[in-house]
Design a protein around this ligand. Structure first.
Ligand SMILES: C[S@@+](CC[C@H](N)C(=O)[O-])C[C@H]1O[C@@H](n2cnc3c(N)ncnc32)[C@H](O)[C@@H]1O
Length: 299
C-alpha cells in the first residue's frame, strides 16, 4: 500500500450550521446577490460537466444550469446531505465527499470548475489549484473567488496602525486559524503557476458594511455593486476571477467513469456500494448516494 502523503490542515465543516448560522436570516442577502451577479457575468453560456469545489450546502448550485452535469464536491458529508435533500438524486447532480487536496477524479473530466468562498480556508493554494487544473480539460474554465487582503478596510486600519499585517505585501495572511486573505498579485501568480491564464478579474462586495446594508434597500445596493464590479477597483473584500486551463493535458470529457483512486490514481471498480482500487486494494464507500472519498473503508 502506498505511504499516505502528509495532509495540509483542513477547515472541517462536518456537522456545522453554516447555512443557518451564516446565511439564512443573517443579513447577507446582499453578499449572496452580488456573488450571483458576478458568477452570471463570468460563467460560460453552456458546458458539459462542472466541478463545484467546496459546494457546501449547494447555495450557488442553481447558478450552474448551463452545464449538463454538476459534481458537488465538499469535505463535509453533512453539507452534501443537505444539498442532496434540496437538489434531489437526479443524474444531473453527483455528490462527492472528498478532500480538495486529494481529488478522486480522472484527469480532464471537467470543462468547468468553481471555487467560491473556499480557497480562503486553504493553507496550500498551489496544491488545490494543481488538483483542479488536472481535473479540467485544456480550455476548461475555472471561476475562482478569493478573499482580498488589499481591501479598503485593511488599508485604512494599516495606515492608522490598527492592524499589524501589511495589506500591500504579496504573502497570504492567516488572520484566524485556517482563514486566509490573499493579495491579487499573489493569486494571479499562483493561478499562472498552476496552468491557468487569467482572462478576467472583478472586485465584488463593495458595500459589505452593516450600517449601509441596514439602511439601503438590498436590490439597489446589489445593483450598484454590479456596476462597480466593472470598474477594476480591486479594493473590495472579495474578488472573482475567470481563468482558462492552458497547456497540454488529457481530455477525458467523454469517458464513462469519473473517478480514480484518490490514494494512487489507478482505476476503480464499483462493487455494490463500494469503489474498489485493484492497484492499492483500498475501498471507498458510497453512502446514501454520496461517494465518500474522505477515508478508505477499514478491512
Ligand atoms: C464557506 S463554505 C462555502 C460553501 C459554498 N461554496 C458557498 O459559497 O456557499 C466553505 C466550504 O469549503 C469546504 N472545504 C473546506 N476545506 C475543504 C477541503 N480541503 N476539501 C473540500 N472541501 C473543503 C467546507 O466543508 C465548506 O463547505
Amino acid at each position: 500500500m502506498p505511504k499516505p502523503e502528509p495532509r495540509p490542515r483542513i477547515c472541517d465543516y462536518e456537522g456545522s450550521n453554516y447555512r443557518t448560522e451564516f446565511w439564512e436570516g443573517k443579513g447577507r442577502n446582499y453578499e449572496d446577490l452580488v456573488e450571483r451577479i458576478a458568477l452570471r457575468r463570468l460563467l460560460p453560456s453552456q458546458g458539459r460537466r462542472l466541478l463545484e469545489v467546496g459546494a457546501g450546502f449547494g447555495r450557488l448550485t442553481s447558478e450552474y444550469d448551463a452545464y449538463d452535469q454538476v459534481v458537488l464536491m465538499d469535505y463535509s458529508f453533512s453539507q452534501l446531505r443537505y444539498a442532496q435533500d434540496q437538489l434531489g438524486t437526479d443524474d444531473r447532480y453527483v455528490y462527492v465527499a472528498a478532500d480538495a487536496y486529494h481529488l478522486p477524479f480522472r484527469p480532464g473530466v471537467f470543462d468547468g470548475a468553481t471555487i467560491i468562498r473556499v480557497i480562503h480556508h486553504m493553507a496550500d493554494v498551489e496544491s488545490v489549484l494543481g488538483q483542479v487544473r488536472r481535473s479540467l480539460i485544456p480550455g476548461g474554465v475555472l471561476i475562482l473567488e478569493y478573499a482580498n487582503k488589499r481591501n479598503l478596510k485593511a488599508m485604512y486600519r494599516f495606515s492608522r496602525g490598527l492592524q499589524s499585517w501589511n495589506p500591500y505585501d504579496l504573502d497570504p495572511v492567516e488572520f484566524v486559524e485556517l482563514n486566509f486573505d490573499f493579495h491579487p498579485g499573489y493569486m494571479r501568480l499562483k493561478l499562472e503557476e498552476a496552468g491557468f491564464a487569467m482572462k478576467r478579474s472583478m472586485p465584488v462586495s463593495f458595500f459589505r458594511v452593516g450600517a449601509l446594508k441596514d439602511r439601503v434597500p438590498t436590490g439597489f445596493l446589489a445593483g450598484l455593486d454590479g456596476l462597480l464590479q466593472l470598474t477594476g477597483l480591486h479594493y473590495t473584500p472579495s474578488v472573482f476571477t475567470k481563468n482558462i486551463a492552458v497547456g497540454n493535458s488529457p481530455n477525458n470529457i467523454n469517458h464513462l467513469s469519473l473517478f480514480v483512486c484518490p490514494s494512487c490514481g489507478e482505476e476503480l471498480t464499483r462493487i455494490g456500494n463500494t469503489m474498489m482500487c485493484k492497484a492499492c486494494n483500498q475501498r471507498w464507500a458510497i453512502r446514501d448516494g454520496i461517494y465518500d472519498f474522505k477515508a478508505p473503508l477499514e478491512d
